[in-house]
Each structure stands twice: as C-alpha cells, then as structure tokens.
Design a protein. Structure first.
Length: 404
C-alpha cells in the first residue's frame, strides 16, 4: 500500500490556514466569487445545488454553496477512483492475462486487464497454440479462471437494469467494449475460436481455478495504468472504473469487491487529507444512487490533478480529464461549451462530467484570471441533465476560468 507523507499534508493544511488568515482572497478571486454568487441562482440548475471553488496552491476556499451537503456525484466519482488507483498501484502498473497448461487442460487466467482487446486475445491464442503443438498437444479442455475478482454482484444503489449495457457484471476477464452478462465466458469463447483456427481442438469452456504446477504457455501484458486511467476519465468508462476499483482493493490487500474497493478509496483519500464528512461511496463509477459526495470533498480531489506535491503519481489525471469543447465527454458532440457565454472557456477548462437521470455534475480545474490553478465542483440533483442544465454548469466553469 502506498503511503503519502503526513508532513506534506500537514504542511499544506498549515499553508492553507495561514493564507486564509493572512492574505484573504485576491482581487480576482473576490470578483469570481461575486459573479458565482450572482450566477449560480440563475443558471437554471434547479434548487438542489452544491458547489465549491478552491485555490489549489493555498488550499483556500474561494467560493462555496452548501459545500458540506452530500449529493449523488454520478461519474465525477471516477476522480476518486483514479486517485486511489494511481496512488496504490502507481502509473506504470501493469497486469497479465495468461494461458497456462496442466494435464490436458488450458486455463485462460484473467488478471483484471481493463483494456484487453480481441487482437490481444488473438495474439495470446496464437502463441499458446504454438506452444501446445511444440509439446505435441493438439486437443485440450479449456477452463476460465477469473477468480481474481469476487463473483459479480450489484452494488448498493445499482439497478439490475444497468446490466449489461450501462455496465457489465464485473469480472477479471473481459474484452474491452464487449459487454455481456458473462464477459469472461465471452472472452474465453473467442480465445477458443482462435485456438481452433490454429489447429487446436478445444472443448466447451467451463470455470475452474488454475492448479499449482501449471505451465505458462503465453502471456499478454496490459497497457500501463496511466493509459487506462486517462481513457477511463476521458470517456467516463464505467466498466474500467469498476475494474480499477477492484485492482486497487487487491493492491491494499483487501477483497476485490465493491466494499473492499470503497474501503481502499476511503483510506487513500484520508491520506490526502480530503474532507470526508458526508461522503459515502459504494462503487467506482458513480452509478450508485446511494453514493454521496460533498462539493468540499470533490473540489479537493479535483485539485490533486494539478497539485505539484503529487504529480509523480497523479499526473495522468490532468491528462485524462476532458477538455472543454475539445474532447471526451466535454466535446462539442455532447453539446458542451458550444454557445456563449461558456464558449469563451473552450480549451481552458479540464473537468470530469457526471450525469444520471436526475444528476448533473462537473468537477475539475482551470487557471483563474489571476493565473493560479483553481479546482471546482458543481453538483445538481433533482433535475434531468438537459442542455439547459449542462450549459449552466459550463457557464459556472467559465466563471472560474475568468473569461466570463
């Protein structure tokens, strides 16, 4: 388990307190706060809105609205998942998918690779078939070994209707983007087809744990965690978020379950000094309607993306955040930052979006008019995420950036 040096967190807390007491807000920050006070009420966001803006370097709160009230964060919760995964595992962390052999049986062993592709499995099968034929084996049984993660279950606050399109049942073996009720079986059946194509007769796949003394036939190494986190944030990938939650739990010696993952995330956020009163997490994606996040916590988490103390591990977060009006879930294809006044912030705001049927959220960072990094969080519960609501959120982000 990675440990964050307590003296750094303590020093930051002292710095923040001193800045607040000694210097107060800058002229630019006072102007921004005044504009947010005026605009949050007329942004057509509904009545259940929370928000906060922080100066990242000092830790000082620039503006807040009901900042300690916990609301459903939707996919902005993925920021916490990303921070925890990178902290516990490190940006260069990789996992392996293996084909191993024992007594006439090939075991396809899932390692939790969140970006395993069909091409990757094809290459794995090609290498495995060559190894089998070199040993004189042309007919094998095939077993699925996906026991690394606990058997799938619904998270607290999840609807069974999420399966398998919004998110698939979470397993340690899956082909990225190929969501089925049993992703491990789907992946193994594809692997079997590839073995057959290379002259190996394969029986119908079943589940079994790999026995000791097995021989590794072939191995595929995943992309580094940094790449996976960047993709997860940029495209708000629910399946990747839940897989990373379990890998993070394992990295802390916990069970690869929703509860184990949530406990791992909580422990990491405590290390960073994130204010967690009112925060409740039950998953990694933010799909749970039982999740609660305060603007106070969310803006603090977002600020870690640019906090110079932690860039050795957390640098992929800023790189992965969608850029206003440019890419990911903040691209113009989603109708984000396309019209005035928010359009002035195109390319100048990096933020994670969040939406459920009655949730709209935006949390990220931007350099304010004073040239200093600001972190922000705006969350609304109770209204459908219509264009009007998202444009309101975009306008608030543009206010933080200072162009409006």
């Amino acid at each position: 388990m990675a440990v964050i040096a307590a003296p750094v967190v303590a020093a930051m807390a002292v710095t923040a307190a001193s800045a607040s007491a000694a210097s107060g807000l800058t002229v630019a920050d006072k102007a921004m706060a005044g504009k947010l006070n005026q605009r949050v009420g007329v942004a057509l966001l509904g009545s259940n809105v929370v928000g906060e803006v922080r100066d990242v370097a000092s830790g000082q709160t620039v503006w807040s609205e009901n900042h300690a009230k916990g609301l459903m964060p939707a996919s902005t919760n993925k920021l916490a998942t990303a921070v925890a995964a990178l902290t516990v595992l490190g940006p260069n962390h990789t996992v392996q998918t293996k084909a191993v052999y024992r007594s006439g049986t090939v075991y396809l062993v899932g390692g939790g690779d969140q970006q395993l592709s069909s091409a990757d499995l094809e290459s794995l099968a090609t290498a495995a078939a060559e190894a089998l034929k070199a040993k004189g084996h042309h007919s094998v049984r095939l077993m699925i070994d996906d026991h690394l993660f606990a058997a799938p279950s619904l998270a607290t606050g999840w609807s069974s209707g999420y399966y398998p399109d919004t998110v698939a049942p979470v397993r340690a073996l899956r082909i990225e983007g190929n969501n089925t009720q049993d992703t491990a079986l789907t992946a193994t059946e594809y692997f079997a087809q590839q073995l057959t194509a290379h002259g190996i007769t394969v029986g119908k796949p079943a589940r079994a744990r790999t026995p000791s003394g097995s021989t590794v036939l072939a191995t595929h190494q995943s992309k580094p965690l940094s790449t996976t986190v960047e993709y997860m944030l940029k495209h708000s990938d629910n399946d990747i978020a839940e897989g990373l939650l379990r890998l993070t739990a394992l990295g802390q010696g916990r069970a690869a379950t929703f509860a184990g993952g949530a406990a791992a995330v909580h422990a990491v956020l405590v290390q960073y000094g994130i204010p967690l009163t009112g925060v409740q997490e039950y998953d990694g994606s933010g799909l749970s309607r039982s999740d609660r996040m305060t603007a106070d916590a969310l803006s603090a988490i977002a600020g870690l993306a640019v906090d110079t103390h932690y860039q050795d591990k957390l640098w992929p977060i800023l790189k992965g955040l969608p850029v206003a009006g440019v890419d990911g879930t903040l691209s113009t294809s989603y109708g984000r930052f396309t019209t005035a006044p928010a359009s002035c912030a195109v390319g100048k705001v990096d933020a994670k979006t969040g939406s459920l049927s009655d949730v709209s959220a935006l949390a990220g960072v931007a350099k304010g008019e004073d040239g200093r990094w600001k972190s922000f969080a705006f969350v609304e519960n109770g209204s459908a995420p219509t264009d009007t609501v998202t444009q309101g959120l975009d306008g608030l982000a543009a206010t933080v950036e200072g162009c409006w």
